[in-house]
Design a protein. Structure first.
Length: 262
């Protein structure tokens, strides 16, 4: 009788496990390679305990993840900051919305040729991202360090045509954000997003010659289609991300190069 009870309990446990697996909801989340993917790997087991199975899909650029989300190939993405999403929604008509904040990646200026911004010579080549929001972000960083002055009202989407003063006659080159680390052999300095810097083996805490303040308007976010924003899995995803375990992981893993925004 004792063995029968044990066997019955075991069957019950198996049945419960199978039922949980069967009821688990699976979603695909697009991320850029590097920290976003690493953080979501830490979120994944937390969400699994709440019945949400996360499949992580890595991308190597900033364009396709929103396109894939809009088309329904993904259920969410986690790779961009809010100004970038706002720009994509405006320019491409995507019906995508923010459902939660994630982290801040302070942008840095890197160089293999100089050890400080003061060493930049007249006519130096400075590479910046070629997308509107990250390009503007890089120009604001250059302005904050006294290298250029932008026209009044240029805002977060400033472009090279908005440069009003350029005392050193810097050559500002716009390149794909993912290519910027590789451009360091050919330019005097480059403004690189932290996720691409880390992926390329650069250390944002040691290798930058200038870095954005942590109080940045460029907080990264989780985005979903507007039609999905009130679905239960969205709340589960955000709650799983906004946990002490994930925050501790970010702080310990990236040592200030990536900052929790919740």
């Amino acid at each position: 009788m004792h063995r029968i009870r044990l066997f019955g309990a075991a069957l019950g446990a198996v049945a419960l496990t199978l039922a949980t697996a069967a009821s688990a909801e699976t979603i695909k989340i697009g991320v850029s390679a590097g920290p976003h993917a690493q953080i979501l790997e830490r979120v994944k087991p937390i969400a699994a305990k709440q019945g949400l199975d996360i499949q992580i899909i890595e991308f190597t650029d900033y364009v396709i993840p929103n396109q894939a989300l809009s088309q329904g190939d993904l259920q969410a993405n986690s790779f961009q900051h809010e100004p970038y999403l706002d720009n994509q929604v405006k320019d491409r008509g995507y019906e995508l919305v923010t459902v939660g904040k994630t982290v801040v990646f302070p942008m840095g200026i890197y160089s293999k040729k100089v050890k400080s911004l003061a060493e930049l010579k007249d006519g130096a080549k400075i590479a910046v991202p070629n997308d509107p929001t990250n390009g503007g972000r890089a120009l604001l960083l250059l302005q904050a360090n006294g290298l250029i002055k932008l026209r009044e009202g240029a805002g977060l989407k400033a472009s090279p045509v908005d440069v009003k003063e350029n005392p050193k006659k810097l050559q500002i080159l716009e390149l794909d954000a993912a290519q910027l680390p590789r451009s360091l052999d050919d330019v005097d300095a480059a403004a690189v997003n932290t996720n691409y810097a880390i992926e390329a083996g650069l250390d944002p805490s040691k290798d930058t010659i200038a870095k954005e303040s942590a109080e940045s308007p460029y907080t990264n976010i989780i985005a979903v289609r507007k039609a999905d924003k009130d679905k239960p899995w969205v709340q589960t995803l955000v709650q799983s991300y906004h946990t002490p375990e994930v925050k501790q992981f970010v702080l310990e893993k990236f040592k200030g190069a990536v900052v929790p925004a919740w």
